[in-house]
Write a protein of this length. Structure first.
Length: 95
């Protein structure tokens, strides 16, 4: 199974971000979308939570069984490194 990982702050999520998600969905069996609600100078945590409360169910219902949308704080990139580390460890134990 080929899994694509798209992560970022997405503050806000825009069409450029969606094009990356769409590319992953077209090339992979499953896409993992990791996002953060950590605030930035011009966006509050509350605003980000509201945005993702709308966006997450929409993406999940449109791309059923192809996308997993998950909040990770504080940094999505750290979560990606953790996933890669776990996968690498799992592969090395199976050989």
């Amino acid at each position: 199974m080929k899994v694509g990982i798209v992560s970022g702050g997405f503050k806000p999520f825009h069409s450029g971000h969606f094009s990356k998600v769409a590319l992953s969905l077209s090339e992979c069996d499953r896409t993992l979308l990791l996002y953060s609600t950590a605030p930035r100078e011009d966006v509050t945590t509350d605003q980000l939570e509201k945005m993702w409360n709308i966006l997450s169910p929409s993406l999940s219902s449109r791309f059923t069984n192809s996308i997993v949308v998950k909040k990770v704080n504080p940094w999505p990139l750290s979560a990606v490194y953790g996933l890669i580390k776990c996968s690498t460890r799992s592969i090395s134990h199976n050989t």
